[in-house]
Every structure is written in C-alpha cells, then in structure tokens.
Ligand binder design. Structure first.
Ligand SMILES: Cc1cn([C@H]2C[C@H](O)[C@@H](COP(=O)(O)OP(=O)(O)O[C@H]3O[C@H](C)C(=O)[C@H](O)[C@H]3O)O2)c(=O)[nH]c1=O
Length: 180
C-alpha cells in the first residue's frame, strides 16, 4: 500500500493498493491502522449508493472543531473526487482540484479543512468513505460545484444534484476559512 502526496495540497494523499486476488475473487484491506494511517481516528464509516450517472454530491464541510478528514473510495464504479482547500493559513487556500478514483484499489485522503464531494461517472456507483468526526448538521457548510472562484474542471454541465447542494452561495475572496 502506498500513500502518495497529492501536488501542493498539504495533507492530501492518494492511496494506492493491490487487492489479494485468487480463484474465489478478491480481498482488499480497506483500512488498517498500523501500516496505513496510524493516527487516523475513524468516527464514521459511510456507504453511499448513487443511481444516476453524473450524480454530484457536495461539496460539503463542517466548521471549526467539527471539521472532518475523509477517506473516499469508489467501491463500485468510477467517480471524480472534488475538493477545495478552505484552510485560511494554507498555501492552497481557495484552490480546488479533482481526482479520478477509477477502481477500489485507489482512495483519496482529505484532511480537515477541505470541502469535499464527488461526481459519479456511471450509474449505480457505490462509495465507502471514512470520517474522523461526528456529523453535526448545524455546523455544515457548502461550496457550489461550479463556483467560479474554484473553477473545477468537470465533464458535466447539468449533474444530478440535491436541492441542498443547488442552494450553496458562491464563495467570495473574503471568505475567512472554516477555522476561527
Ligand atoms: C453526511 C451525513 C449525512 N447524514 C444524513 C443527512 C441526510 O438526511 C442524509 C444525506 O445527507 P447528504 O445529503 O448531506 O449526503 P451527501 O450529499 O451524500 O453528502 C455527503 O457526501 C459528500 C461527498 C460529503 O462530502 C459529505 O461527507 C456528506 O455530506 O444523510 C447523516 O445522518 N450522517 C452523515 O454523516
């Protein structure tokens, strides 16, 4: 298993693994504290099914102490992970990027301070993701998938999206970040 730093986004890591394959099928070690992420505390494990191709979930974050670090893995199908750095002190503050998770042997770790989301690239996608913090609806915020400041490059113009995610405001250059 390899953890690879992703560009200049501090703390963002790409996980590359190999499944154990035999005549019965395959075995993937989806998480292991010791050899994988010894300091990662799993608070939640979420399993999400998206029926339609080009379903876009997010981008979401939680403010302050409720911020979450998430590890996303496409268990079935392919997705494009979306993320934006909302850490005011970071060199990549308000910079966004995408990463194509093409199979279950890859995952992406996003540290606390990022807005996160993903776009499915086929129907009936299944995503398993870990979070290191509790879900606190009152502490949640969002970034629009097509926010002009972030300018994510996506292969869609009209994704399947929730009413909640349609309503997020665009960020402004004065956005103070999600940590007080
Ligand atoms: C995230 C979450 C949601 N919920 C409930 C709240 C709603 O009734 C329902 C769906 O929530 P939501 O529409 O926020 O789910 P997604 O649009 O898939 O968003 C999630 O996936 C994107 C990629 C994210 O980055 C967030 O982690 C997360 O918000 O599950 C819970 O009960 N606990 C939770 O931890």
């Amino acid at each position: 298993m390899e953890l690879i730093d992703y560009k200049d986004f501090e703390g963002v890591k790409i996980v590359q693994q190999k499944s154990f394959v035999d005549e019965r099928g395959s075995f993937l070690k989806a998480f292991q504290k010791k050899d994988f992420l010894p300091d990662y505390h799993i608070e939640q494990i979420n399993f999400v099914e998206s029926v339609e191709k080009h379903t876009l979930r997010g981008l979401h974050f939680q403010y302050g102490d409720h911020a979450e670090s998430k590890l996303f893995r496409a268990v079935k199908g392919e997705i494009i992970a979306l993320f934006v750095d909302l850490r005011k002190a970071s060199g990549t503050f308000l910079k966004g990027d995408t990463f194509h998770l093409k199979d279950r042997n890859h995952a992406i770790l996003l540290p606390r301070g990022f807005a996160t989301g993903y776009l499915t690239l086929e129907s009936n996608c299944e995503v398993l993701y870990l979070s290191d913090n509790m879900y606190v609806p009152g502490a949640e915020g969002g970034v629009r998938w097509n926010d002009p400041i972030i300018n994510l490059e996506l292969p869609v113009t009209n994704p399947v999206i929730s009413d909640k995610d349609i309503k997020w405001d665009n960020l402004s250059r004065e956005f103070p970040g999600i940590f007080k």
